[in-house]
Design a protein around this ligand. Sequence first.
Ligand SMILES: [Zn+2]
Ligand SMILES: [Zn+2]
Length: 393
Amino acid sequence: MSEADLGRINQKSQTFSCPSCGGRMTFDPETQKLKCPYCDSLKAFAVSTRTPNEYDIRYAPPVSDSAWGDETRTVRCNGCGAQIVLTGETTAELCPFCGAPHVLEDQSKAGIAPESLLSFRVTADSARQSFRKWIKGKLFAPSKAKKMAYLGQITGIYLPHWTYDANSTSRYTGRAGHYYYVTVQRVVTGPDGKRRTENVQEQRIRWEPASGVVSEVFDDILIVGSERLSAKLLSSVQPYDLTQLVQYAPEFISGFACEKPAVDVQHGWEKAQQVIDRQMKRLAERDILTHADVADVTGLKTDNEDVRYKLTLLPMYLSSFSFKDKYYHVLINGQTGKANGESPVSPWRVLLAVLLGLALAGAIYYFFIRDNVSLEEGFTYYIGRLSELLKRG
Ligand SMILES: [Zn+2]
Ligand SMILES: [Zn+2]
């Protein structure tokens, strides 16, 4: 058992009760301390400054169920199957992913413990503000949907991510291409309408086999351990500043929910290998290009050594709303407040925008092009007229 595990077990009896009133304290993003929701008392807690451990993939997974903290429990959603880890009395009446009302206690343990996390920096109130600003900017969303979105609940949830390190070496095979030029004759029609032949230079490629070895050290390849949200939506609210990662402590998740990884450590490693292979292919191409004009890598075999992983939790506010039987997710980055989401599109609003665009194009044609006035002149004139009108008004 590692020192870290021992440390965590010593923390086991820890509770988050308020020293003044006995209420249950939750993590406060503003002060980065525990805060009592009843009397506003604050309580600091020890955060380890030790670099988070990374574990050897050959011995994964180390089953250490207690390490999430003694007070955690897992619930499972009947609707989408998401498994959510909660602390203390925190409850989830509705699933934050699919809105299903049936969230059941799950007997399975929380599994591999998170080694590090990024704490919430954005409060639920400012997350709500970011969210409202975002939905206001959705010009094509029907106003009824906007109203639904306003009413939706916002849940602060830590999303699981795996990080992988590796020392990778790839043997590649492929071909290297060199440009050369040949003179060919082409029949062209001249301005006088007469056809004649012309000599032109044409580029060709001479290929020769190429092979070699490239290597790279990878640090913290980030793989999402959640499968409920689209990868595109998730990356749209990134980046996270991963230099702010701290050692996991159960205090950080008090009052928040955590999703239990839906992607296990081995499956995550398979995804990380795809990231590695894509990068190694780019390196192999670059290697060929040091002595050729064109590169074509056809075979790649990668050996990954010293592969290490850790589980990391990243903070996200999740809101969702349903509109006409469809479910839409809105995400707010819990570290930066960046918001983005899915929203329905009103065909009427799109039509209106198209008509407005056509009207504008028509006006431009009518005023400027018809009178043979350049666009620049036209706009200068137009803006001059406008400001005159405004002054008079
Ligand atoms: Zn209190
Ligand atoms: Zn669900």
